[in-house]
Design a protein around this ligand. Structure first.
Ligand code: SAM
Length: 306
């Protein structure tokens, strides 16, 4: 922190950064990315509010969500819907308006825009058009979960959402396992829907092995909770009863010298040569610590593949 920052802090200014001198002097950001709370309304920063008030247009995912957040603060601004479905179509027109001098703010329903939310293409286009882009950073579920997980905070790899369907999800996890075989050793962070958390954890356990992990739910809210354990333990815990509320999954890095988890298939194949499918699944589940149900499901798939 420099003496300028301290002065700014003591003065309590909440001006957008162009006025606080954090962006090239004299430039007014054409586009400000503004973070909003991920649950706790107390996390809406004074500077976020000031940036929104100073904007001519606020781009948001759902005008009802942002409208009600702003109404609590007595702010009334022009809200324009901006989401994955219209981002590509609207971007050129928005860039033209920015060139014409209109100041935009981009928010998402919760947290930092762009983080598994729309905005990347707009930011890219604004940068390419030579426009100034700045941000009011703030709440973010991935970083909050990572810091609360008790797992190494860096290096970390933010993966966003895993595919919703089993096959593509297992393929995606397979890619991570391949990167780890090639030397990647990072803590992994995933967003997940609560009703899919159990199966995602089981797939992660099967693909990556019995390593340390955490499921963080309802961050910054009344029922905030972080459940820590190995992937098989968490998969077993949430197999029948999904976690309530919003969740983030954090998976620790592979331990040095640990056996690659992809060995599960070869263990199953070998066991299935001398045992019934059910016994093979039970014995491999016992040997690996992975949930019986998940191992049995994989044994069935292997059986079908012949
Ligand atoms: N842009 C947001 C951010 O910066 O965190 C994330 C938006 S993404 C569409 C929504 C996902 O973020 C949820 O499905 C959940 O995985 C995670 N999430 C958001 N709020 C959360 C919270 N309060 N507690 C746990 N996870 C949360």
């Amino acid at each position: 922190m420099t003496s300028d920052d301290i002065e700014t802090e003591a003065g309590g200014t909440i001006d957008p950064p162009h006025q606080a001198g954090h962006v090239t002097p004299g430039t007014v950001p054409a586009l400000m990315l503004v973070a909003t709370p991920i649950g706790n309304l107390g996390d809406f920063s004074p500077r976020a509010l000031a940036a929104i008030k100073a904007a001519e247009v606020v781009l948001c995912e759902d005008t009802r969500v942002t409208g009600s957040l702003l109404a609590r603060h007595g702010v009334s601004v022009t809200l324009v819907p901006f989401h994955d479905h219209n981002e590509a179509e609207h971007t050129p027109r928005l860039i033209e308006r920015m060139r014409g001098g209109t100041r935009f703010v981009l928010v998402s329903d919760a947290g930092m825009p762009l983080m598994s939310d729309p905005g990347y293409r707009l930011v890219r286009a604004a940068i390419e058009a030579g426009l100034t882009v700045s941000a009011v950073p703030g709440p973010n579920a991935a970083l909050t979960a990572l810091c609360l997980s008790g797992l190494p905070p860096h290096p970390f790899l933010f993966m966003g959402f895993l595919p919703a369907r089993g096959g593509p999800r297992q393929a995606e996890i397979g890619k991570i396992a391949a990167m780890e075989k090639a030397g990647l050793a990072a803590t992994l962070v995933f967003y997940e829907a609560p009703h899919r958390a159990g199966e995602a954890l089981a797939d992660l356990a099967r693909g990556l092995g019995a390593r340390q992990a955490a499921l963080a739910r309802e961050l910054t809210k009344r029922f905030e909770e972080v459940v820590r354990g190995t992937l098989p333990e968490l998969a077993a815990r949430f197999a029948e009863t999904p976690p309530r509320g919003e969740v983030v999954l954090v998976v620790g890095p592979p331990e040095e010298g640990s056996a690659p988890a992809a060995d599960l298939d070869s263990m199953l194949r070998e066991a299935m040569q001398s045992m019934s499918l059910r016994d093979a699944a039970a014995s491999v589940a016992a040997a690996t610590g992975l949930p019986r149900k998940a191992v049995y499901a994989r044994a069935l798939e292997l059986g079908r593949e012949g």
